[in-house]
Design a protein around this ligand. Sequence first.
Ligand code: 4AD
Length: 440
Amino acid sequence: MLSNMSEASIPTIKIIDAKNYVGQTVKIGVWLRQKRGSGKIAFLQLRDGTAFFQGVVVKANVSPEVFETAKELKQETSMYVTGEIHADDRSSFGYEMAVQDIQVIGESHDYPITPKEHGTEFLFDERHLYLRHLKPFATLRIRNTLIAATYEFFNNEGFIKLDAPLLTGSAPEGTTDLFETDYFDHQAYLSQTGQLYAEAGAMAFGKVFTFGPAFRAEKSKTRRHLTEFWMIEPEMAFMHQDESLELQERYVAFLIEKVLERNDQELDILKRDKELLRSYTKLPFPRVSYDDAIKLLQDNDFDVKWGVDFGSPEETFLANHFSKPVFITNFPKAIKAFYMKRDPKRDDIVISADLLAPEGYGEIIGGSERDTDYDYLKSRIEEQGLSMDDYGWYLDLRKYGSVPHSGFGLGLERMVTFVTGEDHIREAIPFPRMTHRLRP
Ligand code: 4AD
């Protein structure tokens, strides 16, 4: 029951803005996370999608109906709560509500995710509900910052966003992990990368980025692989690899800075070490050639030979060795995609770089300068058994005013796991797709 105040004059606010309303009566649309209390007081743990806080219902201060309603509330019931905001030094949020009125909107019975510990598979079977909980809340809000900051960064740098198709006839990253689908009387593939289209865009607009889902039928079950992930792929005309690496490190530092600026609450929920994150914004990132990386690994008892691709233990060792994101440059040609530019001094390597995140988060960026030689690319396409029907248009880019150009792809979910400190990539996307997971 509300004293001396008409309903209409009570502002409806969000929890996150509670600090601006201390001492005032406000109304907030919330869901109930948990409840505890006694016969005289009920503590309601509430959330509204912007933050989490506590509503306190004191029997002596409210009508018997309101206290009865509070006592009967079930987990995930939705409601409007009305009451006065107080500063509350005991909670990490800092504010709570002295609840005076409760208006139930949607009841909830037998909510399956209870406060007890649940197994991960169960939580992901219930992902449509699990999204409401603390860890997904914090992780996916940080994901959102990374998305917004990506647009800010590339807009500031004079890029335009170019949308690449998702149904394609080509397999630029190799034919082993393609998702095929019927396309009328043809075969089509779900896109592995927007890069080839970004290259066409770079020749039209100078600097472009694509940002969309990429599909890879990765059979390997690892903590770092999804079958559907989101990738940001900038492509720059008149740009060599050195300048591209500088752009990449500025971009990664910008993303981390924006998360530190905007997601204090979320980083606290996830217990992510902010000073450690801040240390990753100091540029430049070290650059180590593949040759030197192999020597370093061999000197540290790794059983690796020149020519192999790195696995997760090698990547973790290398990045931890430098305590920072590190570029591994100039990989063997044989283990990289057909479009990468050959090193003019050595035919067996390509001008490429992977950016490895520290703390075991793996490769977050893969990129290269692109080869511009029509005949060489044609032979590489043929060598890999790819069809000229599908790649003729791509070769046109080398025929009509070809220029040096470079680009890269940042895996959004890899970046999310790195920034949030999550140990599995499934946490980094609202509805993960993996070999064994297509629902919900
Ligand atoms: O190194 P990748 O395969 O590079 C490309 O696709 C290029 N076309 C990029 C370019 O030059 N435009 O993938 C780029 C990044 C990886 O560094 C990783 O972060 C992420 O995409 N990635 C994955 N993320 C989640 N699940 C998977 N299965 C991934 N495969 C790659």
